[in-house]
Design a protein around this ligand. Structure first.
Ligand SMILES: Nc1ncnc2c1ncn2[C@@H]1O[C@H](COP(=O)(O)OP(=O)(O)O)[C@@H](O)[C@H]1O
Ligand SMILES: [Mg+2]
Length: 280
C-alpha cells in the first residue's frame, strides 16, 4: 500500500520462556493511513498489547517490521506516544509537571519556555484538566489520571497515538465521557490512532476500521472491517442505527462464532485475573 503512514509487515513474535517457545503473533500485515483511527480487537491474551508494544518500539518483533512515516521503528520514540490502561503518571509530579516533562523532552530545543508553558496548558485544557494543574496523581480520580495521560501523549505531537485499552479501568460513565473527548480531539487534530480494545461498542463507536485478531497461539489478523458511520458520531443516536448494529454483529460473530472457544486460552494465560469481558 503506497499511502500507508503506519505499516506492519509480516510481523512475527515468539517469546522464549523456561517452558519453551511461545509463538504469539504470526504474519501480522497492516497498513494504516494518516489520520485514520483503527482499533485492534480480540480476546484477552491473543497478543494485542504485543502488537502495540512492537509498534511503540518497546518490544522487538522476532521477524518482520514496522514503518512509521517512512522510517523503520526499532526503539521507542516521541513520534509514537502510548497511553496504557493503568495511567503511568509519575506520582511525585503534579498534573502540570507530568505533561511538562514530556513537552520539555520533545520541544526544549525548538520552543521557548513561554511557548512550552502555553502548550502544556493548552493540552491540559483540551482534556478538561485546567482546574487541577497543581494536584498530584494521588489526589485525582482514575478518569482524571487517564485524561492527563492522554494530554501528555497529545502534547508530544506524536505521528501515531497508541492507546492500549485506555478506558478499560474506568467506570461506564467516565469511560463514555472520555471516549467522547478522544473522539472530539482526534477529529480536531486528525491524529493517527491505533487503539487496543476488547470492547465491541468502543471499537465501533470510535474507529474508522476495526481489525479483528484471531485467538492465539500464533494469532494473526482474521478480519478487517470498515466502519462506514459518518462523524461526528453520537452514541445515543447510534444505539438504534442499522449500520452501527450491523458492525457490532459482525465483530461479535467473529469473536464468538468464528473463533475457537476461549477456554484453552484462559488455561494458557495463567498470569493475572481473567478479563474476558467483551461488552455485549
Ligand atoms: N514480555 C513478554 N514475555 C513473555 N511473554 C509475553 C510477554 N508479553 C506478552 N507475553 C505473552 O504473549 C501473549 C499475548 O499477550 P498480550 O499481548 O498481553 O495479549 P492481549 O493484550 O491481547 O491480552 C500472552 O500469552 C502473554 O503471556
Ligand atoms: Mg493487552
Amino acid at each position: 500500500m503506497t499511502n500507508a503512514y503506519l505499516q506492519l509487515s509480516q510481523v512475527d513474535m515468539t517469546f522464549q520462556s523456561a517452558r519453551g517457545e511461545n509463538p504469539v503473533l504470526r504474519g501480522i500485515d497492516l497498513s494504516v493511513a494518516r489520520g485514520e483511527y483503527i482499533s485492534l480487537i480480540g480476546h484477552s491474551g491473543c497478543g494485542k498489547s504485543t502488537v502495540l508494544n512492537i509498534v511503540a518500539g518497546l518490544l522487538r518483533a522476532t521477524s518482520g517490521g514496522v514503518i512509521v512515516d517512512g522510517r523503520e521503528v526499532n526503539a521507542p520514540g516521541p513520534d509514537r506516544a502510548v497511553v496504557f490502561q493503568n495511567h503511568s503518571l509519575l506520582p511525585w509530579l503534579t498534573v502540570y509537571q507530568n505533561v511538562e516533562l514530556a513537552v520539555d523532552k520533545v520541544f526544549r530545543a525548538t520552543r521557548s519556555a513561554a511557548e512550552r508553558r502555553e502548550w502544556i496548558l493548552h493540552n491540559l485544557a483540551m482534556v478538561n484538566m485546567s482546574h487541577a494543574l497543581d494536584r498530584l496523581p494521588s489526589e485525582i480520580s482514575g478518569g482524571m489520571k487517564q485524561r492527563v495521560g492522554i494530554a501528555r501523549a497529545l502534547a508530544m505531537e506524536p505521528k501515531v497515538l497508541l492507546l492500549d485499552e485506555p478506558f478499560g479501568a474506568l467506570d461506564a460513565l467516565t469511560r463514555a465521557h472520555l471516549q467522547d473527548e478522544v473522539i472530539r480531539i482526534q477529529a480536531e487534530l486528525g491524529s493517527t490512532v491505533m487503539m487496543i480494545t476488547h470492547d465491541v461498542d468502543e471499537a465501533v463507536l470510535m474507529s474508522d476500521r476495526v481489525v479483528m485478531m484471531t485467538n492465539g497461539p500464533a494469532a494473526t489478523i482474521g478480519q478487517v472491517m470498515d466502519v462506514p458511520l459518518p462523524r461526528p458520531r453520537n452514541r445515543i443516536a447510534l444505539a438504534e442505527d442499522k449500520t452501527y448494529n450491523h458492525c457490532r454483529q459482525e465483530i461479535l460473530s467473529f469473536l464468538y462464532e468464528k473463533q475457537r472457544k476461549v477456554e484453552p486460552l484462559a488455561a494458557r494465560n495463567s498470569a493475572g485475573p481473567r478479563t474476558e469481558k467483551i461488552a455485549a
